[in-house]
Design a protein. Structure first.
Length: 340
């Protein structure tokens, strides 16, 4: 798809899962060879965190398709993703009450992670779901289209616990592998379309999710909504740093380098700009942890040890000491006082 006009996109890079190399090997592909085909740096898949531009992402998936020679490789990789490999927005979608609710959450939160959007188009009794790459300067590779549409259908099928079937699949490409695609999606394929989209019946959006989890939504939803609101309103650097730290907090403490990458700047630049604003990275991390601790303790029923893990503390004792320093009391006593 063509770029969305002159729109200013705050997030300009995609994060490639570090699990992709292992998954490629499971399909008989050599990650090093794929990186070479895509003209990506040596050791590309060995990085702790992998970020690419839209053009590099397209090159990567074209290389995967060429190296595989399997016309179903995108469908396979898109449909087999495990829940633990999803980002917070996708996990929130799986915890939604219905398929329609899940699609809305994915569309709303997608812009927090990469220069890509999920568009929904409602017409009469149909709803079309389409992925749009905002910074693309060329058509997206068919294998990437297969991956994304298969992924969103997988969310629907996993959430409903049923063989959710679209009404049709619309593809901009010329006819190829019709039987393969129709067998995977369970619907007819319309080639040479004006878009790449899955079209569902409006009634499909009302299907309830068996994976609905109100407690987890109460934990993830408010933070993601706040991030989105701050991004739209034009937040300060400190708020952007704290929002990024909160998103990365999950069993570890994000480093200055981690946050700088997410914000699209060097660690040195981030450090300098924080200093100029009279703040420090350490202060931002502690404020983010304190705010999330108060949220978890007041809004969820998580155990204290689980809360400590989600805040990136090595053990619960470290969390207890930090919380006592912040609030002058223990986490358990603070929670009980709030409930009372």
């Amino acid at each position: 798809m063509s770029p969305a006009g002159s729109r200013d996109v705050a997030i300009h890079r995609f994060r490639v899962s570090t699990q992709l190399a292992r998954r490629l090997e499971q399909h008989g592909l050599r990650p090093a060879e794929v990186a070479q085909r895509a003209a990506l740096p040596a050791g590309f898949f060995e990085q702790e965190k992998i970020f690419v531009s839209t053009g590099e992402l397209f090159s990567l998936w074209r290389a995967i398709a060429d190296a595989s020679g399997d016309p179903a490789i995108g469908l396979k990789l898109g449909g087999e993703a495990c829940v633990e490999h999803h980002d917070p927005a996708a996990i929130a979608a799986l915890c939604s009450q219905s398929f329609g609710d899940a699609v809305q959450r994915m569309a709303r939160y997608k812009q927090l992670t990469c220069p890509e959007e999920i568009h929904t188009d409602v017409a009469k009794d149909e709803v079309a779901v389409e992925f749009v790459w905002l910074l693309a300067e060329e058509d997206e590779p068919p294998v990437l289209v297969d991956l994304c549409l298969s992924w969103i259908l997988g969310i629907g099928r996993r959430g409903t616990g049923q063989p959710l079937t679209p009404q049709r699949l619309e593809l901009a490409r010329t006819p190829a592998h019709r039987e393969l695609l129709e067998a995977h999606y369970g619907c007819r394929v319309q080639f040479k379309s004006t878009r790449n989209a899955l079209v569902f019946r409006r009634g499909d959006l009302e299907r309830p999710f068996v994976t609905y989890n109100a407690d987890l939504l109460a934990m993830l939803g408010p933070q993601l909504d706040r991030e989105l609101r701050l991004r739209r309103e034009g937040e300060s650097l400190g708020e952007r740093v704290k929002a990024t730290v909160k998103r990365l907090l999950a069993g570890r403490r994000p480093s200055l380098q981690d946050v700088a990458r997410q914000l699209g700047m060097s660690a040195r630049t981030l450090q300098r700009r924080l200093t100029e604003s009279g703040a420090t990275f350490q202060t931002m991390v502690e404020e983010a942890r304190r705010e999330m601790a108060r949220h978890y303790l007041s809004q969820t029923s998580l155990e204290l040890v689980e809360t400590a893990y989600l805040l990136g503390f090595e053990d619960s004792n470290s969390f207890f000491r930090a919380f006592h320093h912040w609030e002058g009391t223990s986490p358990g006593e603070w929670r009980n006082a709030r409930r009372a």
